[in-house]
Write a protein that binds this ligand. Structure first.
Ligand code: PMP
Length: 359
């Protein structure tokens, strides 16, 4: 009999599992969740909704009601279809699977969301990351040149970008979509904080789809992402989907909450206001460079020599505040910390802890 070491792909044996820090008891500002829970009355209604769900039945594979509601509340243009995923993470997997011809190339700015490269790797596709400039702006010329050379089947543009927080210029993205030889996915995970979207422009570009998630507007725990685009794309992605990927509880609760979207919108607006309040406070701290953000987080770089970022991260953690440390990963992100915007109280604790940590 063979053991796992003889059977599992060597490149899988050689990799580390995706790490999520233990946040028990911490002020949790590491993964861009909404800091707000539901108002009491709505939470009770959700309880009743859940109680009425027939959990003995498989989900309806088409999730018709939820998809119809998403079209409506998210203003998906007429003529476009919607694919649902167990988080947009799963949508990334489905799209990658659908384009995974032998030798196909997947391309994205770098650094960007780690899952673009991960799923390319799982499907044995070559991933080409095109480096952002030192200030994390997009070098559109370099990106167009890389596309001309590599002819990617699939291009990911996170708009705004994670972990940098900035939204690349619309004109640059338009040029990329026009020049791309294959599909371009605009990942709008942070759209609720960006105030700009490619969704209304889906009809303009035959090779573009838009991906979103409800994770950043208070539903990260439900796991629901979606892709909007022409049926000729969505219909093909749908063939790679697990038939029952959206479970009955996610479906029922998402329907309930999206019907109450103004509650979620008001929470997102508070986060946005907090981002603008926190930014100048951070800028006032010497040794911190604060990067522009159109998302619900701020990326900062700690000056003071190599290791300064991790030191501040550890000092924050010792004070009960968990953020994300990017040192030791992408070279451009050395000594960078990503601070998710929390409630006013959480942000106050963060700022106080940072002042202490930077002493
Ligand atoms: N895209 C981007 C750019 C992200 O930052 C994230 C989450 N951090 C996702 C997609 C995935 O989100 P989810 O799976 O929760 O929908």
């Amino acid at each position: 009999m063979s053991g796992a070491k003889d059977v599992i792909r060597p490149e899988i044996l050689g990799m580390q599992a995706y790490h999520v820090s233990d946040a028990a008891g911490m002020v949790k500002l590491d993964v861009m969740e909404s800091p707000y829970r539901l108002p009491e009355a709505l939470a009770r209604e959700v309880g009743e909704t859940v109680a009425a769900v027939a959990m003995n039945r498989y989900p309806v594979p088409t999730a018709r009601e939820l998809r119809t509601l998403i079209r409506e509340v998210m203003q998906v243009p007429q003529g476009c279809d919607v694919l649902l995923g167990n988080g947009s993470d799963e949508c990334i997997q489905y799209i990658t699977a659908a384009v995974a011809r032998e030798g196909a190339v997947v391309m994205a700015p770098s650094p960007s969301f780690a899952m673009f490269a991960m799923h390319a790797f799982f499907y044995r596709l070559r991933f080409v990351g095109v480096a952002l400039r030192e200030d994390f702006s997009l070098d559109a010329g370099a990106f167009l040149a890389a596309m001309a050379k590599e002819r990617p089947a699939l291009v990911w543009i996170a708009y705004p970008n994670n972990p940098t927080g900035n939204a690349f210029p619309v004109e640059d993205i338009e040029r990329i979509v026009r020049a791309a030889p294959g599909l371009v996915v605009i990942d709008e995970a942070y759209q609720p904080f960006a105030g700009s979207s490619f969704m209304p422009r889906l009809a303009e570009f035959a090779n573009m789809v838009v991906m979103r998630t409800v994770s950043k507007i208070g539903m990260a725990g439900l796991r629901l992402g979606y892709v909007c685009g022409r049926p000729e794309w969505i219909g093909e992605f749908d063939k790679t989907r697990s038939p029952f990927n959206i479970n009955v509880l996610t479906e029922a609760v998402a329907i309930k909450l999206l019907r109450n979207k103004p509650v979620l919108d008001a929470q997102a607006a508070k986060v946005l206001a907090e981002r603008e309040r926190v930014r100048p406070e951070l800028e006032r701290l010497t040794r911190l460079r604060v990067y522009p953000s159109a998302a619900n987080f701020l990326l900062v770089r700690v000056a003071g020599g190599k290791g300064a970022g991790t030191l501040v991260f550890e000092r924050l953690r010792a004070q009960g505040v968990l953020v994300k440390d990017f040192s030791g990963g992408h070279a451009l992100l050395e000594d960078c910390l990503r601070l998710t915007i929390g409630t006013p109280e959480e942000n106050r604790i963060l700022l106080a802890a940072l002042r202490e940590a930077l002493k």
